[in-house]
Design a protein around this ligand. Sequence first.
Ligand code: ZN
Length: 336
Amino acid sequence: MSVKEIQVGSAKAAPGRIGQGYLKVGELAMNAELRVPVMIVNGRQDGPVLWLNGAVHGDELNAFMAIRNVCGAVATDDLAGALVCTPVCNPLAVQWRNKINPYDFLDLDQQFPGKADGQYSQRTAYALFKEMQEVADYLISFHTVGTSFAAEPYSVYKFAPGLSPQMCESIEAMALAFGVRLNCRVDLSSAVGEVPGGVGGALDVNCSRAGIPAFMAEVGSGGRFQPEAIAIAEAGIRHVMAHLGMAAPVTAEKADQMIVTKRGFLYSDYAGFFEGKVQPGEKASKNAVIGNVVDLFADIGVIRAPSDAYILMSRQEPVLHVGDRVAFLGLEWIAA
Ligand SMILES: [Zn+2]
C-alpha cells in the first residue's frame, strides 16, 4: 500500500508526484547499459500499488501506448495508491522486433522469478521481479498474440497448484474487472500441455505465487499499434483501477463475459497458402470452415473447427506449412 515514496531503479515518486527513471537490467559490450524505462504515478491518497508490465515479448507493443495514455491522463490528486509502469521490459527483444531476445534465445516470460547469476534474460527477470516483489500489490502482464495472427483482446488468468482459494478469487475478480468479453481461466493442474513451452516461469504465475494477484491481458496483435485494441487496454486498466479502489468507477459498459475453461491450438495438416474464413472473437460451430488451403494448381484442403469453439486468435499470414498454427480456440466455456 502507498501513501509513501516509491522507488524502482532510478525512478522515484513521493505521494502526489510522478517519477521517471530507469531500471538497469543488463550490460553489453561497447559500454552499452540496458535499461527498462520506469514511470511511477503515485497518488496522494492511500491505496494499492498496481504494476503494469508490457513487452515481455519484444514484438507485443499495443500496451505500451495504452499505459502511456493512462499515465498521461491520471491526476495524482484523485488517485488512491500508485501505478508503476514498465511497458518496455525486454529491451533487447524490442530492439530485435522479436518475441525473444537475440543473445540467449530465451523467452523472458518463461524465466521468472529469474536468476541473479544466470543468462541475460534470467538476469532481466531477476532485476524486474525483485522490484515487483518489493513494491507491487497487483500486476497486469500485457501481451498480444503473434504478428501472424489477429485477436479480439482477451484476458488469461492462471490458477497455479498451491494457491489459496482467496488468491484465486482475487486473481479472477481482477481479470474479469478488466472487462473484456472472452476470459480464459487456466487451471495449471489440469491444463497441462494447453500451450507449448513452460508456464512455470511466467510472470503472472510467479507474481501470484509471491502473493501478488496477477493476470495476462492479450491485447490485439504484435508488431503494430492498433487503436481499437489500445483503447480496450486503456479502458481495461481503468476498470481494474476502479475495481481495486484506486479510482472512481468507469461509466463505460462492459461486455457480456464468458470464461473459457479449455483451449487448444488448431494446427495445419496441409501446406500451401491459407485463406482464413473466421474473425477473432467469433463463435464457430463444429465443422465450420476455419480456412482454405490452396496452391497455384489446386485446392489443397479445408481446415474445419473440431467442435463448437470461440476463435481466440486467427491466422492472417497466408504462407502455411504443415504443423503451423491456424487458430487458437476456446473449446469449453461458461458464462461469467
Ligand atoms: Zn506474449
